[in-house]
Write a new protein. Structure first.
Length: 448
């Protein structure tokens, strides 16, 4: 039961009473006009007028023209037959999943008026739907928050949240409830299927890249030279559209090939930037470089996180860890870092344009940018945001292009940010860290 609750809280921890505020607009990646909404193994017949703002193998964010947000997250729960907790019984495992969903829902949706009590339904497809709705009202504004937890017999859970404006919460709840009459689940891929797909793509990359080493690190994960290749998106696409799978794999392989080629191109001074990566990431890169070559040493940002010089290009970020770029640019290590700092400041929007101050029970999000991790190296640039939040600024960078932040240092606020960051870290194709950092004028301090 503890595992199920932790998984659900990872998705719901930042929702309900905690509003996730995105600074700036998201870029739509497609329209959903009454078509199916495939999210990982789940299929729903979608509503008209929604655009997909983001999409990966296990999560989708959709928004309507009127500003209604629908977030769908898919969780898989492993319950081994014969385990002591489930005692090998499918019914008991199902009850365990339902109880975990119900208790987590109860603990998460607080601070609002419950206008639809928690309801349990058995659906024709064998799933169980646990749902409800709350309304948050102020003198000028009313928002509704709907939640639907779809529990499948095969230890899979879909968490669907809907948030919008207006007082017709009950009618909105009924409207979105109709989605689940069309719900269907694809069979879960076996370990053999995951491994076979990984080997298939690895073979295509080896054939295309020649001498560049391609190694299997795990299911749907490859190392390609100095790069890591995550195959979740391609695998999800192939599950949705087998007829176009070969073409999608070829596009993916071509993209990796171009990234490798760009890594080998000469570096110009205008391309130099700073990025933040983990010490484990740097150690892996270091292992691929001739130990006799001098390297720009990383600079510590916080425990487990380092600042590194990198070269920008349209398709990839090249970490500059060998001596060759220094020779090409005729720069010392100190000059390389200063140049990266200056170029990064020029290329990024000022912090108050990329972010907005948040209040209590809110989690902010920096406008997405592939160099958002580098913002952490520009410590002084965060001062206006910290000041606008009364001097309190706690951030987390679960992905290299994502920074989340809060304006409270209470345990509940920090826990909400931590859970949301952990969930984002698991889903991100470019994960970074779940470390929590507190801003000070002298640098970042880790929040335990």
């Amino acid at each position: 039961m503890g595992t199920i609750k932790r998984l659900l809280r990872g998705v719901l921890g930042g929702l309900g009473a905690w509003a996730l505020l995105a600074a700036g607009s998201l870029t739509p990646i497609g329209s959903s006009l009454g078509a199916d909404w495939p999210i990982g193994p789940l299929r729903l017949h979608g509503l008209d007028g929604f655009e997909r703002l983001s999409d990966d193998a296990g999560r989708a964010h959709l928004r309507s023209a009127s500003g209604v947000d629908v977030i769908i997250s898919i969780l898989s729960v492993s319950a081994k037959p014969g385990s002591q907790e489930a005692a090998g019984s499918t019914d008991r495992r199902m009850n365990m999943l339902e109880e975990g969903a119900r208790e987590t829902y109860e603990s998460t949706l607080h601070g609002g008026e419950r206008v639809v009590p928690i309801t349990r339904e058995n659906l024709a497809n064998g799933s169980t739907l646990i749902s409800g709705a709350i309304r948050n009202s102020s003198f000028f504004h009313t928002k509704y928050f709907l939640i639907y937890v779809l529990v499948a017999p095969a230890e899979r859970i879909a968490v669907v949240t809907v948030e919008g404006d207006g007082k017709d919460t009950v009618e909105q709840y009924k409207h979105y409830r109709e989605l689940f009459d069309s719900a269907s689940w694809q069979p879960m891929p076996s370990a053999e299927e995951l491994n076979a797909f990984t080997d298939r793509v690895a073979d295509r990359l080896r054939a295309r890249l020649g001498n560049t080493p391609v190694d299997v690190k795990g299911p749907l994960t490859l190392s390609v030279g100095e790069l890591q290749a995550n195959l979740d998106r391609v695998f999800s696409f192939c599950n949705r559209d087998a007829a176009k799978c070969d073409a999608e794999i070829e596009r993916y392989v071509a993209g990796v090939d171009e990234s490798i080629r760009l890594v080998r191109e000469p570096v110009s001074r205008d391309d130099v930037r700073l990025v933040v990566r983990t010490t484990e990431y740097f150690a892996r890169l270091q292992g691929s470089v001739d130990k006799s070559a001098l390297m720009p040493q990383p600079r510590k940002l916080a425990e487990g996180l380092v600042v590194l010089p990198a070269a920008d290009s349209p398709k990839t970020i090249r970490i500059l860890i060998s001596a060759e770029p220094l020779k090409e640019l005729n720069l010392s290590t100190e000059e390389l870092y200063r140049l990266g700092d200056a170029n990064l400041r020029k290329s990024l929007k000022p912090i108050m344009q990329a972010a907005k101050p948040v209040g209590k029970s809110q989690i902010g999000s920096i406008e997405p940018n592939q160099y958002n991790s580098g913002r952490l190296a520009l410590v002084d640039s965060w001062a206006p945001l910290a000041q606008a939040q009364g001097g309190v600024l706690i951030v987390c960078a679960p992905a290299t292009d994502t920074i989340l932040y809060i304006s409270e240092d209470t345990p509940s606020a920090i826990d909400a940010l931590r859970e949301l960051a952990k969930s984002a870290l698991k889903r991100a194709p470019n994960p970074l860290s779940d470390k929590m950092l507190r801003w000070t004028s002298d640098g970042w301090q880790e929040v335990p």
